[in-house]
Design a protein around this ligand. Sequence first.
Ligand SMILES: [Mn+2]
Length: 356
Amino acid sequence: MANRIAKLADKIAECGLDAYVASRSPNIRYYTGSIGGSHLIVTPDRDPLLLVSVLDENVTKDQASDCTVDTYTPASLLERFADALRESHSVRVGFDDLPLQLLARIRRRLPEVCFTQNQEEVWQQRMVKDAGEIRLMSEAGRLADVAMQALKDKLAIGATEYELAAEASYAMMREGAEAHSFEFTVGSGPRSAYPHASVTDRKITRGDLIVVDIGATHGGYCSDITRTFVAGKPDGKKATIYDVVLRSHEAAFGEMKPGAGCREVDGVSRRIIEEAGYGTNYTHSLGHGVGLEIHEPPSVSQRSAERLEAGNVVSDEPGVYIHGYGGVRIEDTVLLTPKGPRRLTNFPRELENAVF
Ligand SMILES: [Mn+2]
């Protein structure tokens, strides 16, 4: 953690800032290793200071490394915050995110200080995963695969979406997930046309497409996988849509190399779906960064100007959704290595494996 904080201190100096306040909990976890702590104050030449409420005092003292931990009460937060910035003689202070009311009160107390929101430097760091993060993300990926297999084993006509989601949840948590990385989607039949379908009491019926989007967190890090199952032998249209989405997913995967433009990679996936006549049914971007949060930079989309680099972890998740009919999405979490893409989720993708 010390070198992550040191890097941040270098970056803020380069940006002409005297101090940086990290208040988003994934950022505090990234820089200190602690799940507790409210505000981490980093300056180029002083020990980092982590302000923690009495509620989180014990966990933060046990977990936080490479910073001084100081406890505040609701009455003393503002004073401690202001003191820390005064002691460091900071004039230009960057922050990731602060509640507006708190920011206004700090500004009133420190009228000489100029506060600017700056998330870019933190994201530049967090976008490139180090070896320790990659280990945790690989395990999060394995947990998602285990959960997908457990769910698949229970696929049957008459099973409810609730029952299927419960199997995935139980399997991943028993194996070492600390949480789900987002709300599961088990969208069956016409509900598979909802990209974020949630989970209901709907029973699986013959002919259904079933989109299952799940993920685990491990050591704070997320995984994200989607598979689409088919209840019974698919008719021509369902087989075609499945094939198009799988080809789109595979083609994009092949383009996920360091230096590739996010926009171009999205374009490769989109062209295949457009050529098959389903362009307007592909209603989201190809992918998003994954890490301590389930949606992070870089965005792999038409609006992105970013380039992929080694150490990025992004999702590869094209989809086709037809209202009233159903949908298909196939997604893996992908690590960019210097040599090319490597999947962190590996559950089989072939249609034969998707039919039950
Ligand atoms: Mn995703």
